[in-house]
Design a protein around this ligand. Structure first.
Ligand code: AMP
Length: 119
């Protein structure tokens, strides 16, 4: 994808980010506008627009994103009290950056799953 994609530019080192973990295939960095005491984004280095195209296109890489998320959760001390791992997807999901990313949130009680009841 390259220069049009914000997170590809972070992978390329063209835009600074606070990295917390890097593997051959994934990168984890702190969200610039944190919504919880711990708010880390975990991405595959390779560009996929969202979690559905990632999971369908390269299930092994999707597993790498989960494994890195778990490792960061452990590093950040979240395994005991728990955390939330979230993939906003598409318009209804509120996705703003179209390079798949897991939001790893924790460090405090996170409240209800949705801001309002849609049922
Ligand atoms: P989403 O709405 O799921 O696409 O989330 C995009 C996330 O990327 C938001 O939580 C933003 O705060 C975050 N974000 C945007 N730009 C940056 C950046 N340069 N470094 C770190 N996080 C960013």
């Amino acid at each position: 994808m390259g220069s049009d994609c914000l997170f590809c530019r972070i992978v390329a080192g063209e835009i600074p980010a606070t990295l917390v973990r890097e593997t051959d295939t994934t990168l984890a960095f702190r969200d610039i506008d944190p919504k919880a005491p711990v708010h880390v984004l975990v991405i595959p280095k390779e560009h996929y627009a969202d979690v559905a195209t990632l999971a369908q296109g390269d299930p092994g890489l999707a597993a790498d994103v989960l494994a890195t998320s778990a490792a960061v959760a452990e590093d950040e001390g979240l395994l005991g009290d728990g955390f939330r791992l979230m993939f906003n997807t598409g318009t209804y999901g509120g996705q703003e950056v179209f390079h798949v990313h897991a939001h790893l949130l924790g460090g405090a009680p996170l409240g209800p799953m949705l801001a309002r009841d849609l049922a």
